[in-house]
Design a protein around this ligand. Structure first.
Ligand SMILES: [Fe+2]
Ligand SMILES: [Fe+2]
Ligand SMILES: [Fe+2]
Length: 407
């Protein structure tokens, strides 16, 4: 089964929707920063490729933020002491992702004052790009209380004045000037409304030549996003990456190969991407969850399914990833699909997910021994929740799988 060609613009835009979920109620931050940064770059007559790459940088600039508390801090104060951490993390994730590694340096400095940047041994071109992200990010922070209320139309002159007062200190004067020139009209601010924003991003995508991502590039992108998801909690460190390894090995044991095998691995890497929307207060909670908290937690596999449908249209990846909490008897979630609709690949990812999770510490329990885990999986086979053949395959080679889960 071949994977349909995946266009980079669509993939990044769709994956940004996942990053933006960390804001919970305050979504689309990345997209707004992206569109504003590009508009300022256009005003400065930057070359077309620079305007486009600053758009992608804007969308991805907060890939170092997985936790809702951190996101809140970042949008509440103009300068926050802890801001640098997510810049360092985000830059590290990007530099490990070959198709996006060129954006790493500017992400590293996207909360650094202009006056400080001038003293750092950073390429001037990178300084400007990093500072453009910082400027757009702070404009969004200042406009966020008035978003979608109509109030922005009376408030924007004050925002422009505040940004101007920080020229040469926080922001490069030439960037501030370009911003002030284009932002002194209602249209600049109204374009930030959700439907117009999404429309504009689609329209930009349809006016540029498609950049198709091959399997290695897609895997790099998937690995980047798996890191963001796993960083959500100390208890889920490397969870997605390990689930992907286990699922790949199980698929190989069943004779799955080629494109199909690669897609299993990508589905494993991204199966929990919908968790970006779940507050860490719930993920890290030591006790049992309230019904509301459980419902919030349970929606993550549906969000995974929808996000991946946008990225991998026409592929099985959304199903294989999004069905990882479904069971054979149909009492899982969110579709309550039973045997008939669960491909072998869905069953593999479901087993890999539980196996790895049990081998890892959780806030409410310690790490489980291999013997305990195998008994637990077997009892889930007996209750009709997990596939007997998949669990048997894993049990045959239990030591190897345990090493993939924890070593
Ligand atoms: Fe940001
Ligand atoms: Fe999950
Ligand atoms: Fe998981």
């Amino acid at each position: 089964m071949k994977l349909h060609p995946i266009d980079m613009h669509n993939a990044i835009t769709a994956l940004t929707c996942a990053l933006d979920l960390v804001g919970v109620d305050e979504v689309r931050h990345g997209k707004r920063v992206a569109v504003m940064a590009r508009a300022i770059a256009l005003q400065l007559n930057w070359p077309e490729v620079e305007c486009l790459s600053i758009l992608y940088s804007g969308m991805l600039h907060d890939c170092g933020v997985s936790r809702i508390h951190e996101h809140h801090q970042l949008i509440e104060t103009l300068e926050w002491d802890g801001a640098e951490d997510h810049c360092i993390r985000g830059a590290a994730y990007l530099s490990a992702c070959q198709p996006l590694a060129h954006l790493s340096a500017e992400i590293r400095y996207h909360h650094t004052r202009w006056e400080t940047l001038l003293e750092l041994p950073v390429d001037h071109h990178i300084r400007l790009r990093a500072n453009l992200l910082y400027l757009s990010d702070r404009i969004d922070m200042l406009q966020s209380p008035f978003l979608n209320t109509g109030q922005i139309l009376t408030e924007y002159p004050a925002i422009i004045a505040q940004i101007k007062s920080l020229s040469g200190i926080l922001f490069a004067p030439e960037l501030v000037d370009a911003f002030a020139e284009i932002a002194d009209v209602e249209a600049f601010w109204l374009a930030m409304e959700p439907e117009y924003l999404d429309e504009d991003l689609r329209s930009i995508g349809s006016h540029i030549p498609a950049t198709l991502l091959d399997i290695p590039a897609l895997k790099e992108l998937a690995r980047l996003f798996s890191r963001v998801v796993d960083a959500k909690s100390p208890y889920t460190d490397e969870h997605s990456q390990r689930v992907a390894h286990i699922a790949r090995q199980l698929a190989m044991d069943f004779g799955i190969k080629g494109y199909e095998l690669e897609q299993v691995e990508i589905a494993g890497l991204l199966h929990d991407i919908g968790k970006l929307r779940v507050s860490e207060d719930i993920i890290d909670k030591p006790g049992s969850l309230t019904p509301e908290e459980r419902a919030t937690m349970h929606r993550h596999s549906y969000d995974t399914f929808r996000i991946l449908q946008r990225v991998f249209e026409g592929s099985k990846i959304p199903v294989w990833a999004g069905f990882h909490h479904e069971t054979l008897i149909g009492d899982g979630y969110p579709f309550k699909n039973g045997t008939k609709k669960l491909d072998l690949e869905c069953r593999i990812i479901a087993v890999a997910d539980i196996f790895q999770a049990l081998a890892q510490q959780r806030p409410y329990r310690r790490t489980m021994s291999l013997e305990y885990i195998l008994n637990d999986l077997q009892s889930r086979v007996e209750t009709g929740h997990l596939d007997a053949k998949v669990v048997a395959k894993l049990t045959e080679n239990a030591e190897l799988y345990y090493r993939l889960a924890v070593a």
